[in-house]
Structures are given as C-alpha cells and as structure tokens.
Ligand binder design. Structure first.
Ligand code: NAG
Ligand code: NAG
Length: 281
C-alpha cells in the first residue's frame, strides 16, 4: 500500500515537469503561418515559401473549405504561390473521407514541405479529413520540419477549438463542429476580425471555455508559430484574449475592464509566448 501511494505521489510530481519541458503549445517541429483572410500580400506567400525551404519546395494546396464542386490546378492560392516563383505546387482535394484515407490520395503530402489550407468553411476540412490518413499526413509535414499555413477557415482549422464551426452559418461561435486539427493547443482562432468588427465575438467562446487562449487575426496578417513562439507578420493586427492587458506605452496609468473582458492588439514584429501567455518584450 505504502509503496503504491509513494509511486503515485511521485508520478504526480514528475509528470507535470515532464510535460512542460517536452511539450509545446505550438508544433515541436516545423512552423505555422496562420492568416486572417482577405487579399494577401505576396510577402505572406513568400513567408510560406521561405519557411518551406525555397522555391523548389513542394507545396500542397488544400482548397476543400471552399465548398466548390471541384478544383483545378488554377486554384487561387496555388496560382499565387506559382506567380511569385514556387516551382512545385499541387492542388489536393476531396470531400470523400474514404478517399482521404488512402495511400494514393496522401501521396503528394509525403514529400511536401508545405501545406496550405484555403478559405471557406472550416467544418468542411473536418468532415473530409479528420481521423484519416490525410490528417496524419498533414501533421507529418510539420513533424519533418515543414510548414502548415492557411487563411480564414484555413487559419481556424489550425487551432484546437474550432471557432465558428457550425454548418448552418458562420456566426455561431460554438457550433456543431468544435474540434480543429490542433496544431496549436488550447486555443480558439478567429479571422477577418477588424474588417468585420468581430472583436467581441470571441467572448462567446471564452465565457464557456475560459481556459482557452483567444486569438483573432485581421485580414492580410499572419501569426507565425513555432514551439511556444508566436510572432505577428503583415499589414494589420492580431488581437489576444488572455485575461491580461498590455500596451507598448505601459499599463500603470490605464484602467482596463475586468480580466474576462480584456483584449489587446499586437502588430508586425511583436512576439508572444504561447506557454507564458504574455507578450515578449
Ligand atoms: C515536386 O516534388 C515531388 C516531391 O518531392 C517530386 O517527386 C517531383 O518531381 C517535383 N516536381 C517538380 C516539377 O519539380
Ligand atoms: C522533429 O525533428 C527532429 C529532427 O529535427 C526529429 O528527430 C524528431 O523525430 C522530429 N519530431 C517528430 C515528432 O517527428
């Protein structure tokens, strides 16, 4: 009895330490380019190409969130990647989970250095790929130090909680699909935030799931994530909902609202520690 108890209490002491030193909130390997929708500057596509290892790096574009009947090689983001110099861009798409679960379908992902999820409705990505070989192969690209990027729905899918995942419309914040691909843990990611005045919508999720970090990204702006490090890239802002408040002019003389109602903005070049949930100054 005594030995068992001792082992149990030792384990409970050891396990959390183990978890914090070997697990990251973002991906342990590779990086994420999480974009808030809209028309993207070439510099964002260029970031994906650079992180993937250059113009020769194989890039797989997954347009499935868009909901069109079919997609050709001229899909809009595939075309943008090629226009700025990417040499090896493949469009990969199905709504058929059985097909997504085959070796033949995932073949282009096995050597890919980047995956890009285009916009639309995020639940379509879940319905087509969650639990299939394709989902495993997306993750494999990260594990091999590649990059996963995406915009709008392709941003939200990268979080653990699937913001706006309802099949009826895109205004229900906690919908009939709630689990994303989870490349970032304990997070809800929203997009188009300033352009569409979505800054208060995140609280609908945080009131129910207060332990999540809320991150809302504006158009033509990216959050680039690796391990616990997140940095803002692009023209506009990323809003953080972590119960804290931060300003580059200091906070001593400010009177922000109660913690559960707070948010603040970071801009290009600003860095955020996803484990400590605070700005890196
Ligand atoms: C694209 O990348 C794949 C995987 O590495 C490779 O098999 C193929 O030959 C490449 N295609 C071109 C045109 O470079
Ligand atoms: C991450 O990359 C390293 C080498 O850079 C490799 O040893 C390790 O197995 C990779 N992790 C995963 C989860 O694949």
């Amino acid at each position: 009895m005594r030995t068992v108890k001792l082992v149990v209490s030792l384990l409970s002491m050891v396990v959390p330490t183990f978890a914090t030193s070997f697990e990251f909130v973002g991906p342990a390997n590779g990086s994420l380019v999480i974009v808030g929708g809209g028309t993207l500057s070439d510099s964002i596509y260029q970031q994906v190409i650079d992180l993937a290892g250059g113009y020769d790096a194989p890039i797989v574009v997954v347009p499935t969130a868009g909901g069109e009947e079919e997609y050709g090689d001229d899909e809009i983001h595939a075309t943008s990647f090629r226009r700025i110099g990417a040499q090896n861009v493949t469009v990969l798409h199905t709504y058929d989970r059985d097909l997504a679960d085959t070796e033949a379908f995932v073949h282009p992902l096995l050597d890919a250095k980047a995956v890009w999820f285009s916009g639309g409705r995020q639940w379509r990505l879940v319905d087509a790929y969650a639990g299939t070989l394709a989902e495993e192969a997306f993750r494999g690209v990260l594990d091999r130090n590649g990059v996963i990027g995406g915009t709008s729905a392709g941003a939200t899918i990268q979080g653990s909680f699937l913001t706006r995942g309802d099949t009826q419309n895109n205004q229900i914040m906690i919908g009939d699909h709630q689990v994303g691909f989870g490349y970032v843990k304990n997070i809800a990611i929203d997009q188009h935030v300033l352009v569409r005045n979505r800054q208060f919508d995140m609280f609908e999720i945080l009131r129910v799931y207060p332990k999540l970090l809320g991150v809302s990204i504006d158009e033509n702006t990216a959050l680039i994530v690796s391990k616990n490090d997140a940095s803002v890239f692009g023209a506009s802002y990323v809003i953080f909902y972590d119960g804290k408040f931060w300003s580059r002019e200091g906070t001593d003389l400010k009177n922000p609202p109660e913690p559960s109602a707070r948010f603040y903005f970071l801009k290009h070049g600003d860095r955020y520690d996803l484990a400590a949930r605070q700005v890196v100054v």
